[in-house]
Design a protein around this ligand. Structure first.
Ligand code: FES
Length: 107
């Protein structure tokens, strides 16, 4: 079982036993609003994850994410939730510019 802790959402915890699902799908299945402007196609980066802990527990960076790194849309320590799959515990943050106005975030 993999646990996803969202640090700046009051350390909200969700988990999944299905490591074929993207981090974004797991977050959504648990009723958490998370931006995904390009429809989970790895183009917009609005679903960006800032990885605080457990980067090694995410699936390897694939072709789609690699392109985002090459054009500077992703930086070290960042992944897109619609592409990354989780195989162990991770702690992440919502990026500042991708926060929703209707949600309450913590430090
Ligand atoms: S939803 Fe657009 S990159 Fe993930």
């Amino acid at each position: 079982m993999a646990k996803i802790i969202i640090e700046n959402l009051n350390n909200k915890e969700v988990s999944s036993t299905d490591n074929s699902k993207s981090v974004l799908d797991i977050i959504h299945e648990n009723g958490i609003d998370w931006m995904h402007a390009c429809g989970k196609n790895g183009r917009c980066t609005t679903c960006k994850l800032i990885v605080v802990e457990g980067a090694e527990n995410l699936s390897p960076i694939g072709e789609v994410e690699q392109k985002l790194f090459e054009v500077g849309k992703l930086m070290d320590g960042e992944r897109v939730a619609c592409q990354a799959k989780v195989h162990g515990d991770i702690k992440v943050r919502v990026a500042e510019k991708n926060k929703f106005p209707h949600m309450e975030y913590t430090a």
